[in-house]
Design a protein around this ligand. Structure first.
Ligand code: SAH
Length: 258
């Protein structure tokens, strides 16, 4: 499969970037490795001359960057997301090294999935609720006492690993094995469809008084992890929505009886 087709399925998502210069440097880092799908989630300032200056000619990447208000919108259409983080947060998702992460990202892209590589804010990194929307995290193995790379340099490492893996595959691929592309009915639900399901699940747990005064935060994170691991298809989510709707209906009947 042509590199350009895979590029269309790999999205670099920068979340709440503070310094527009980093957006430009990230665009340059991507462009040097053959990638140009950039999504900016709530950037502090964009467009900005600082971004353009540091893009050093990768203006095409900046020019067609998609700008979104929140991460769920930034992940729309993607079915597999990897969050880049120097530190393990309160969210217990699988941790991969860059090579393994890139291998999984490429495997999903080759199946026809849209993949997101998600990078956090310069100071605070990815928050728990942002990482909890990712299927796994990639940690670049830096030293413990100085672990945080500059944002655009982290983008460069990932873009480089992606390109190296693609070139290695291409070299091996002389006899061209046909690509296995997913049946549209079998594509896992995307980030937005999953978000709608989690909202419904959260409401239902309230309606059936599941929490009994405890905070719903931890249980919702655990449930998110479970469903992200299962990667349900849309038609499976429909069944789950149906079950939730019935549970809500029964809870309403029970309330009326009280
Ligand atoms: N102080 C923040 C670091 C932010 S650096 C923190 O502790 O999370 C900005 C972004 O660059 C991070 O959110 C992450 O996406 C990426 N990054 C920096 N260093 C990294 C590393 N060692 N491994 C993976 N991602 C890293």
């Amino acid at each position: 499969m042509a590199l350009s087709e895979l590029n269309d399925r790999l999205r670099f998502v920068l979340v709440r970037t503070s310094h527009s210069g980093n957006i430009g440097s990230a665009a340059r880092a991507m462009r040097t490795m053959g990638f140009d799908q950039l999504t900016l989630v709530a950037p502090h300032r964009f467009p900005d001359p600082e971004a353009t200056a540091l893009a050093a000619g990768a203006d095409d990447v900046l020019g067609k960057a998609s700008i979104q208000d929140d991460l769920v919108a930034g992940l729309t259409g993607t079915t597999f997301a990897l969050g880049l983080s120097a530190r393990r947060r309160g969210v217990n998702i699988p941790e991969l090294d860059p090579r393994e992460g890139v291998a999984q990202a490429l495997a999903a892209a080759r199946r026809g999935e849209q993949v997101a590589l998600v990078f956090g804010n310069e100071r605070t990194g990815l928050e728990n609720d942002e990482l909890s929307r990712c299927h796994a995290m990639i940690r670049i193995p830096s030293v413990d006492d100085f672990s945080s790379l500059n944002l655009s340099q982290a983008v460069q490492v990932v873009a480089y690993e992606l390109r190296s893996a693609l070139l290695a595959d291409e070299a091996k691929d002389v006899a061209r094995v046909p690509e296995a592309v997913l049946d549209p009915d079998e594509v896992p639900a995307d980030a937005e469809q999953l978000e709608r399901f989690f909202t419904h699940l959260g409401q239902t747990l309230d309606d059936i008084e599941f929490h009994k005064g405890r905070s719903p935060v931890t249980i919702m994170l655990k449930l998110r992890k479970l469903f992200l691991r299962a990667r349900p298809e849309l038609r499976e989510l429909r069944i789950l929505h149906g079950i939730l709707a019935d549970a809500q209906r029964m809870a309403e009947i029970a309330h009326k009886k009280d």
